[in-house]
Design a protein around this ligand. Sequence first.
Ligand SMILES: CC(C)(COP(=O)(O)OP(=O)(O)OC[C@H]1O[C@@H](n2cnc3c(N)ncnc32)[C@H](O)[C@@H]1OP(=O)(O)O)[C@@H](O)C(=O)NCCC(=O)NCCS
Length: 179
Amino acid sequence: MTVFAAYSPDAGALAPAVVSLRPATKGDVDAILRIEVAAGRPAGSVGSADGYRRAIADPDRCVLVAVSDGAEHPVVVGWAKTHHHTDVADPAPAGHYLAGITVDPAWRRRGVAAALTDARMQWIAARCDEAFYVVNAQNRASIDLHTRWGFTEVLRAPRLTGVEFEGGVGMLMRASLDR
Ligand SMILES: CC(C)(COP(=O)(O)OP(=O)(O)OC[C@H]1O[C@@H](n2cnc3c(N)ncnc32)[C@H](O)[C@@H]1OP(=O)(O)O)[C@@H](O)C(=O)NCCC(=O)NCCS
């Protein structure tokens, strides 16, 4: 089963969601896991709570949550992280990567992922002059999402940053950052 959003380039955006972004805390891990399950991530592949806690505590990574502002009780509706890739073991070069983003299916197509990506791109731009991400070639929604930051394809491989791609093809994408 794929967890990719159905590709619908002509669907058009809905009314923008009223959300605010903030750095994730360890108290957000349950919400992150809830969103991964809601997005259809198969049991056993949603990542461990400890892994998310380590990412949140790592000063060399940017882990953000998007929180709905409109509701009486604010709720986490999306999250995203970066990864500083240093242990090069496949064609993906060292560098800062956009490394995971999921929006609650009930909140999609309202600009939440774009906001989370813009904030992470600013975080990376403060540290270096290029950004990367890897993506399954079948995940066309994700590829379209990232185009506005100028990402272009560098190469394709079955394994990138240690990730093996379901279906066999991953894409390495790169964008220059104007410092
Ligand atoms: C991909 C994902 C993060 C997008 O989240 P989102 O909040 O709905 O995205 P946004 O509303 O910010 O969309 C911004 C742009 O991305 C593109 N986009 C987003 N979803 C799309 C879809 N289903 N089909 C085609 N383009 C899409 C569009 O260009 C969109 O602009 P538009 O709405 O004005 O046309 C979300 O669908 C998701 O969580 N998917 C599952 C996890 C995943 O695949 N993560 C990426 C791994 S690399």
